[in-house]
Write a new protein. Structure first.
Length: 158
């Protein structure tokens, strides 16, 4: 019996391009950045807020695929938690020089890194929500507001 294989071609969508940018760890500008990934994928928008909305929508729609990638990369939930806790205790080495010669070095608290990790943890816990000023047509503002309400309702329901 002859097995006839069908040749199928998958149409590449902007969402496919978006996720390739979003998960590209070699691209520091777009890696895990929904807004920058939307710009790089070729979406058309009038402002960063609109690019952010597109990125957020893609993230929600592709969340299962993103979670699968995270697991494949070895970033289990417990490992992520450990890394977050390590980041909350971040330190850095400062060098003190005189006439171009390093005289002393000290390990000090890295407040900038700690703040970034704290913001990330707070966002993950729903304790910190970024607010954007929305400008545009009344219809667009209503649609974005309704989408935000649905997101909050889903968060509280789940």
């Amino acid at each position: 019996m002859v097995d006839k294989k069908k040749k199928t071609t998958k149409r590449i969508t902007k969402r496919d391009i978006w996720i390739s940018f979003f998960l590209d760890s070699a691209n520091q500008e777009t890696f895990l950045n929904a807004t920058a990934s939307a710009k790089a994928a070729g979406y058309k928008a009038r402002s960063d807020v609109n690019f952010g909305a597109i990125g957020a929508q893609n993230y929600r729609k592709l969340q299962k695929q993103i979670e699968k990638w995270i697991e494949e990369e070895g970033l289990s939930e417990s490992r992520i938690k450990r890394k977050l806790f390590e980041g909350l205790d971040a330190k850095e080495t400062r060098f003190f020089a005189f006439q171009g010669i390093v005289e002393d070095e000290r390990e000090v608290i890295s407040w900038t890194e700690r703040r970034k990790y704290l913001e990330l943890v707070m966002k993950m816990k729903g304790m910190l929500v970024e607010k954007f000023e929305i400008t545009g047509s009344d219809e667009l503002i209503k649609r974005l507001t309704d989408a935000e309400k649905r997101t909050q309702e889903q968060k509280h329901a789940g």
